[in-house]
Write a protein that binds this ligand. Sequence first.
Ligand SMILES: *[C@@H]1O[C@H](CO)[C@@H](O)[C@H](O)[C@H]1NC(C)=O
Ligand SMILES: *[C@@H]1O[C@H](CO)[C@@H](O)[C@H](O)[C@H]1NC(C)=O
Ligand SMILES: *[C@@H]1O[C@H](CO)[C@@H](O)[C@H](O)[C@H]1NC(C)=O
Ligand SMILES: *[C@@H]1O[C@H](CO)[C@@H](O)[C@H](O)[C@H]1NC(C)=O
Ligand SMILES: *[C@@H]1O[C@H](CO)[C@@H](O)[C@H](O)[C@H]1NC(C)=O
Length: 186
Amino acid sequence: MLKYTVFVLLAVIPKSLFQRTMSYEAFFVSVLSSENAFPIDFSNLRVLGRERILNGTFDILEDIDNEHYEFYLEAYTNVARDGNYKKFPMALLRDAVCAVYEKYGFYLRDCVKYGINTDLYINTTTCLIPKGRYYLKNVTINVTNWPVIMSRGLCRHSFTFYKDNVAVGTYNITSSIEDRAVNFRK
Ligand SMILES: *[C@@H]1O[C@H](CO)[C@@H](O)[C@H](O)[C@H]1NC(C)=O
Ligand SMILES: *[C@@H]1O[C@H](CO)[C@@H](O)[C@H](O)[C@H]1NC(C)=O
Ligand SMILES: *[C@@H]1O[C@H](CO)[C@@H](O)[C@H](O)[C@H]1NC(C)=O
Ligand SMILES: *[C@@H]1O[C@H](CO)[C@@H](O)[C@H](O)[C@H]1NC(C)=O
Ligand SMILES: *[C@@H]1O[C@H](CO)[C@@H](O)[C@H](O)[C@H]1NC(C)=O
């Protein structure tokens, strides 16, 4: 019986689904920052439409360099979706902005492509993120490189910038982890 079921599934599921697909998708819920958050002003970014794309502009208020800035990331989960977030145990140390970008930047680059989704180019050689206003458009969450197993519910990435060892801004990106909708039209 099981064999038969598997055969039927193999016969019915279109080929495209065999490319590394996760059993879940992630959608933006909100992007919030602490009051007077520095060095990035996110207040002109919006989550739009049914696809919950992240869109708008953001301001980098001063050059972000490796010398003065450090970056710290925490993750939280809220399976019950009741606002009661639990800290996720994760071994990510506070580190210089560029070191973090070199190690984990692919997560960001999977979602935000220079020239398509943003006009901010990060040069890892100079390792300086220049002050200015940039756009984000049509950004969705790409889970290709995320863990294979994720609990459904709300997920929150909270990152804090430290300037000369002082926390200057916290940014919370909240997303919703949902079962992947199987799209037979593909
Ligand atoms: C970010 O999320 C954490 C965990 O839920 C919360 O304690 C903190 O107040 C939030 N900060 C902002 C700026 O929303
Ligand atoms: C999305 O952001 C871009 C860049 O800021 C802007 O030109 C566009 O109008 C925005 N789209 C919507 C639907 O707001
Ligand atoms: C998601 O990320 C993977 C891995 O980098 C990439 O191959 C794929 O094109 C990305 N998908 C989208 C829609 O950008
Ligand atoms: C990155 O910065 C280095 C050093 O200033 C420069 O030589 C290189 O051309 C830059 N790369 C790009 C793609 O702009
Ligand atoms: C938005 O991105 C998706 C893939 O992530 C793509 O299929 C779609 O054509 C893009 N839409 C626009 C208006 O660029």
